[in-house]
Design a binder for this molecule. Structure first.
Ligand code: FDA
Length: 497
């Protein structure tokens, strides 16, 4: 409520925020979490909380009047459609050179993501987080994160037999025939539930094309894991549809946090100020970076250091499809949850997920999301004229990612006698190079913060999300974001409270 005082306020309810809330509560600290998105705990008129990827409706996008599907064309035809403006679940946030997809709601990105829960290879960790002790991460914090998130791996025997992963088996065959290492990728989806979906004994979710706009069953989002545990402590309150707009030192100590309450069309219905002894920035790489850059430039937190806003990367995301021969159908029924990848990181700088195209019809297409070792890093800066934060990413900076992805797919195409699909991202456009699902950086660990996420100019202010990671994790990022948050909050609880 307006005028309240709280010991710890967490901005955002994604991975970093959920870890912070749970561990602080377990240490006896009362926590208030502020989340700009909706609670996603109430069914809509169709009886479902989340809408389907094939039928986007008012629930699908954050304050847009037209969908912006990542795969925006099919057979050369645009597939986007008009929708009512609503505080929906997926934000396609547009900057000059890139569209950044993010989850909005209690659970952050865990609501919309594929649940691929990948721990980087240890040999790559030094480049991911250079100032962090790898022994501690691989001995303690990665295992803790994997346990807390409920990570599991597909039963290989079931993988070999189920119709819904035919597309992935085609992906495996083509990878192996070109000599690339094929790997199973763990996920937070309940694999036993998926087996029952395939057997027809439970309501389908992954097998009904649910993914980008939320899964109604099967996926263990943060609402089922860290946040459920946090609520069970009785010490964590969550305010959905509340957006933090300012944090500044308060006269009597602590920090004054200004919060706008939002209606479901994005209108501001109330403005509140609370005082917090400690504030944890967990608004995601883009959300936290935008807040910190704005607060530094506008004089609320002028002593934040000059690294704030720097070191942002796209995790080298780039997408493409291949057209298979008629003897390699990929299946009309495709699980929306990816389960495997092609690892060419060491030789070619690319790790490609074999991704679904859950259209419900046979497409003879193989689809891939590659994570590549793109060297470019962008910077967020305050634009006083527009009153907004800009990002200086250039569209042409995706070229190294395309070149790295081609180390895999040019070879596979040559071996198989196949070609790239040119109809998925536009009219005659091969590469999905306009977007990222994996924003990272902007408040980099040991640069913008100390080595545990403290904003040292302001005791009691912390960063604890993907903005700490300098732009690339070599695999999908949320396990690393979670593990780093576990490491940092343990230190903060031990030394600062
Ligand atoms: P996260 O973005 O999760 O949470 C931040 C929260 O803060 C959001 O809920 C946001 O609404 C809120 N917020 C922002 N500003 C605020 C403000 N001013 N006031 C209040 N609240 C505010 N990763 C992976 O490892 N495996 C995968 O399979 C995938 N797949 C995938 C698919 C898609 C479509 C997307 C969009 C993303 C993925 N990801 C992924 C990425 C993964 O979801 C992402 O890296 C994490 O969610 C980031 O976690 P954070 O804790 O940094 O922020």
């Amino acid at each position: 409520a307006d005028g309240a005082r709280v010991p710890a306020l967490v901005i955002g309810t994604g991975y970093g925020g959920s870890v912070a809330a749970l561990r602080l509560a377990q240490a006896g600290v009362d926590v208030h979490m502020i989340e700009m998105g909706m609670a996603w705990d109430t069914p809509g008129p169709d009886g479902k909380i989340f809408c389907n990827t094939r039928e986007p409706d008012y629930r699908s996008y954050w304050l847009r009047t037209r969908t912006k599907a990542p795969l925006n064309y099919f057979l050369g035809f645009p597939i986007d459609r008009n929708i009512p403006r609503h505080t929906g679940i997926l934000d396609a946030e547009e900057f000059g050179g890139i569209t950044v997809y993010q989850g909005r709601g209690v659970g952050g990105g865990s609501l919309v993501n594929g649940g691929m829960a990948v721990t980087p290879k240890r040999e790559n960790f030094g480049a991911v987080l250079p100032s962090v002790n790898a022994d501690e991460m691989y001995g303690v914090y990665y295992p803790r994160a994997n346990a807390g998130l409920g990570v599991g791996t597909i039963d290989p025997a079931w993988f070999d037999s189920t119709a819904c992963y035919q597309y992935a088996r085609v992906g495996r065959k083509h990878a192996q025939r070109s000599g690339f290492p094929f790997v199973f990728v763990p996920d937070v989806y309940d694999w036993d539930y998926m087996k029952q979906e395939a057997a027809g004994t439970v309501t389908r979710s992954a097998l009904a094309g649910e993914i980008l706009y939320g899964n109604n069953h099967g996926k263990k989002s943060l609402q089922q894991t860290y946040l459920a545990q946090a609520r069970a402590t009785g010490r964590v309150a969550i305010s959905p549809l509340h957006k933090v707009t300012s944090v500044a030192p308060a006269a009597g100590g602590g920090y004054a946090v200004v919060i706008e309450q939002l209606g479901t069309t994005g209108d501001v219905t109330a403005t509140k100020t609370v005082t917090a002894d400690r504030v944890f920035f967990a608004a995601g790489s883009v959300g936290t970076s935008k807040l910190l850059v704005m607060l530094k430039a506008t004089g609320a937190l002028p002593n934040l250091n000059d690294e704030v806003g720097r070191g942002w990367g796209d995790n080298g995301n780039v997408m493409c499809g291949r057209a298979n021969h008629m003897w390699d159908p990929t299946g009309a029924l495709q699980s929306a949850i990816p389960c495997c990848g092609i690892d060419n990181w060491a030789a070619g700088g690319a790790f490609a997920e074999v991704a679904p195209l859950p259209t419900g019809i046979e497409t003879y297409a193989s689809f891939y999301l590659s994570i590549t070792n793109n060297p470019h890093r962008a910077r967020f800066s305050w634009n006083a004229a527009t009153g907004k934060v800009d990002l200086d990413w250039q569209a042409s900076w995706k070229q190294p990612s395309i070149d790295m992805a081609k180390t895999i797919f040019d070879k596979i195409n040559a071996k198989e006698g196949t070609i790239y699909r040119t109809d998925l991202f536009g009219v005659y456009k091969i590469w999905g190079d306009h977007l990222t699902y994996h924003p990272l950086g902007g408040a980099v660990l040991n640069k913008a913060t100390d080595n545990y996420g403290r904003l040292t100019a302001y005791p009691g202010l912390y960063v604890i999300d993907g903005s700490l990671i300098p732009g690339n994790t070599s695999v999908n990022p949320f396990v690393t974001i979670t593990a780093l948050a576990e490491r940092n909050i343990e230190k903060i609880i031990a030394t600062d409270l």
